[in-house]
Design a protein around this ligand. Structure first.
Ligand SMILES: Cc1cc2nc3c(=O)[nH]c(=O)nc-3n(C[C@H](O)[C@H](O)[C@H](O)COP(=O)(O)OP(=O)(O)OC[C@H]3O[C@@H](n4cnc5c(N)ncnc54)[C@H](O)[C@@H]3O)c2cc1C
Length: 387
């Protein structure tokens, strides 16, 4: 305390300016903290398309950070879950109300709330220095600049540098399959695929013996537009691939090895053709047509990550840096939101004692991460390896 009545403002440095970092940055401010976010990328991240099932914790972060949720469209509703047979007939249809949003809608909304002044781009964390005397932490970036904080939050995703530096044995493992993904503008959906979107459906298809699981739904389009005619169809097609096949897929059209994620426009032509050819082999006519209408399919390897601790001194991990649940849980983004909400709550409850706050925060986060890991790997292995 600087005097008896005014508490000193604490300073947090958040590494990673994607959804986990932005949820945390915005939530920490609600607990009275000063926050700076440091993002490795030099540009805005909002070109990362893709659908996200809207979960209550994300809406809760919006609500708590002052987003006017009554007056913005948060996504596109689906009213049914429909599973298709390979021959194009309906296998099963049941009511299931759900809202699909997009990565971009959440990112732009949270970034606007956080503002520009304390969001630093082109800052690649390379080293961490902990100061045992003050318990503060220094982040050292690739350009030689430094930032000092009372708390460092590693929200730097599945390849986290914070985790590599302080949790060196915890690394993601490949689950044996990848997600091919694609986005098709609503106006360009081919006639044969229109039945996938006409009935407010969250649609899927899976093969009996595993190896292929497809799903698709509408998400907001350009500029977060949720109006009919301006949305995007988002499809995700899980396919098994051994290590050698994955390495080949992840070698892009300029010969660069991409590791575990190949972005739009970077997949080699031979693999684009193979995705189209395999669509003929495995999918019903409607999904087949949707895949072939996708000019630039992209892909992400499915990986698992769990950790036993999320707190080391005054450095913490959250979001994908700590646990990567399989996407079948539809919970990665909401887990990051939950981590952030709970962190702010814990800090509010122990305003003068960061150690006590972190000790109170950690167990529930570990529990959630481990539950999602079990649920996601159980579902994914069943779908992909047993059918
Ligand atoms: C390309 C991409 C597309 C995705 N699409 C979807 C989707 O469609 N649906 C869905 O549910 N989820 C998707 N996700 C995952 C989802 O965004 C995350 O599960 C969720 O947002 C929580 O992620 P995160 O912020 O913890 O990590 P990430 O989203 O991985 O973000 C980590 C951030 O940290 C930055 N960073 C990494 N290393 C450093 C460093 N050394 N210094 C500074 N910054 C660093 C990265 O550039 C990145 O911006 C996607 C993730 C990525 C990366």
């Amino acid at each position: 305390m600087s005097d008896n009545s005014i508490p000193e403002t604490k300073k947090a440095i958040v590494i990673g300016g994607s959804l986990g970092g932005l949820f945390t940055g915005n939530m920490l401010r609600t607990a009275g903290w000063d926050v700076d976010i440091y993002e490795r990328s030099e540009h805005d991240l909002d070109s990362r398309g893709g659908g996200i099932v809207l979960q209550p914790d994300v809406v809760e972060v919006f609500r708590r950070t002052g987003v006017d949720i009554q007056h913005i469209d948060l996504g596109v509703e689906s009213h049914f879950r429909t599973t298709w047979h390979k021959d194009g007939s309906i296998q099963h249809r049941s009511p299931a109300l759900q809202t699909q949003t997009s990565w971009s809608l959440i990112y732009t909304t949270m970034k606007e709330r956080f503002g520009h002044d304390h969001y630093h781009q082109g800052k690649n964390l390379v080293e961490i220095k902990e100061h045992p005397d003050t318990k503060q932490v220094t982040a050292i970036f690739g350009d030689g600049t430094k930032a000092l904080g009372d708390l460092m939050v590693g929200a730097d995703g599945n390849g986290s540098t914070v985790r590599r530096l302080l949790w060196p044995v915890d690394e993601p493992t490949y689950a044996g399959y990848l997600a091919w993904r694609g986005l098709v503008e609503e106006g360009r959906i081919p006639e044969d695929a229109k039945e996938l979107v006409g009935n407010f459906d969250f649609a899927s298809h899976h093969t009996e013996n595993g190896g292929s699981h497809m799903l698709g739904y509408l998400v907001p389009g350009e500029g977060n537009n949720t109006h009919p005619g301006h949305r995007l169809y988002n499809w995700v097609w899980y396919r098994t691939a051994d290590d050698a096949t994955l390495a080949d897929i992840m070698t892009d059209n300029e010969g660069r090895e991409r590791g575990f994620s190949i972005p739009e426009g970077k997949l080699r032509d031979e693999w684009v053709s193979k995705v189209y050819a395999e669509a003929d082999e495995f999918l019903p006519p409607n999904f087949r047509a949707m895949v072939k209408a996708t000019e630039y399919p992209f892909g992400q390897a499915i990986r698992d990550l769990t950790v036993d601790t999320m707190v080391k001194g005054h450095v913490i991990l959250l979001g994908d840096a700590a646990f990567i649940p399989r996407p079948h849980t539809a919970a990665s983004t909401s887990k990051a939101a939950f981590n952030a909400i709970q962190l702010a709550e814990a800090l509010k409850k122990s305003p003068g004692d960061l150690d006590a706050a972190l000790k109170a925060w950690e167990p529930k986060q570990l529990w959630l991460g481990q539950q999602l890991y079990r649920q996601g790997s159980g579902t994914g292995n069943h779908l992909m390896f047993h059918g």
